[in-house]
Design a protein around this ligand. Structure first.
Ligand code: 13P
Ligand code: SF4
Length: 323
């Protein structure tokens, strides 16, 4: 990009940011953003977090707002709407789905539950509202271990929809949960080979891995955790370089928090490029955020009866993770 293009892009970004801040003030809105969205959106948000922190913020801190905007994907906005039914919940792009949520259609999951009578149903928050409503308790990658550990030792458990997170939680808790066979297309693209190549070049760099990755990738990790856990580890560690196997949006906060450290993204197995992006998360842009605040659309609606059924397992998750 030549200098004049760069400066006009920067100027456009600054104008959009000023418009967003003004609209946010005028409309008494709160902006939440996940670590996987573009850095410019993270920088303008009131709260940036992992799925757990965003649900906690929605439950606790959005009470005074008239509008909550979720810069993330639809299942996150649905969670906000279920927790805050009286608020107007907006998203910059309502086509921001999730391959993991899509891998668990509610009808099929209901049949799976019926085929396993007497099981407690634990679902990852990365699911549709219908699947949430079928569940006894929800978890995020930040609290899954704690919540599974809180179940009676002899409890028979169904865990959906992420087979990789479920298998990781089975391995650290010693449980034998029945796993739904779903996965996230972004995290499934990480491979042992790419990490091994990077480890040869950076032997002292700890490997940070999200538990949505496949088991052989998880086994290479020095630290396994949610985005917030990996960020915290990277900022506190004495290491100078880190190999990062999760969606590349997390690098923004890592680099901001530790500008003197080097964060090396693991490329997808089928690519030499450094980015493993979630295309859904990357649908969020400053321009769409400005438009959604201006037009108060797209708005998230959840059927109130369904929302009531989905609220119980979300509240149970928040209670159990606060203990
Ligand atoms: P966490 O926010 O729990 O780290 O999960 C990552 C993810 O895939 C969100 O879509
Ligand atoms: Fe869904 Fe994976 Fe994207 Fe997270 S990274 S929103 S789990 S597709």
């Amino acid at each position: 990009m030549d200098c004049s293009c760069k400066s006009s892009t920067e100027a456009r970004g600054e104008t959009l940011k000023a418009e967003i801040l003004q609209l946010k003030k005028d409309k008494n809105a709160v902006i939440l953003a996940h670590y996987y969205v573009d850095g410019a959106l993270q920088d303008i948000a009131d709260y940036v977090g992992d799925s757990l922190a965003l649900a906690q913020k929605a439950a606790a801190e959005c009470a005074d707002a008239d509008i909550v905007v979720m810069c993330g994907v639809n299942f996150m906005a649905d969670t906000v709407k279920v927790l805050c039914p009286g608020k107007k919940v907006l998203v910059p792009d309502n086509t921001a789905g999730c391959s993991l949520a899509d891998s668990c259609p509610a009808d099929d999951f209901e049949a799976f539950i019926k085929a396993h009578p007497g099981h407690t149903v634990i679902s990852y928050v990365n699911t549709s509202v219908d699947v949430k409503a079928l569940s006894d308790v929800l978890v995020t990658s930040g609290n899954a271990r704690k919540i599974v550990d809180s179940m009676p030792a002899d409890a028979r458990i169904i865990f959906g929809p992420d087979r990789n997170l479920g298998s990781y939680i089975n391995s650290v808790t010693g449980r034998d949960m029945v796993l739904w066979d779903g996965a996230c297309h972004v995290h499934e693209r990480f491979s042992v080979d790419k990490i091994a190549e990077l480890k040869l070049q950076h032997p002292d760099a700890p490997v940070l891995v999200h538990p949505e990755c496949k088991r052989p990738v998880v086994l290479m990790a020095d630290k396994v955790g949610s985005t917030a856990v990996l960020l915290d580890y990277a900022l506190k560690s004495d290491a100078r370089e880190f190999i990062v196997a999760t969606e590349s949006g997390i690098l923004h906060k890592m680099r901001q928090g530790a500008p003197d450290k080097t964060f090396i993204p693991v490329p997808p197995a089928d690519s030499t490029c450094g980015c493993n992006d979630c295309a859904y998360m990357k649908l969020n842009t400053l321009e769409k955020l400005r438009d959604c605040l201006r037009d108060e659309a797209p708005e998230i609606h959840v059927d109130p009866e369904l929302a009531e059924r989905a609220l119980r397992p979300i509240e149970r998750m928040l209670e159990l993770s606060a203990r």
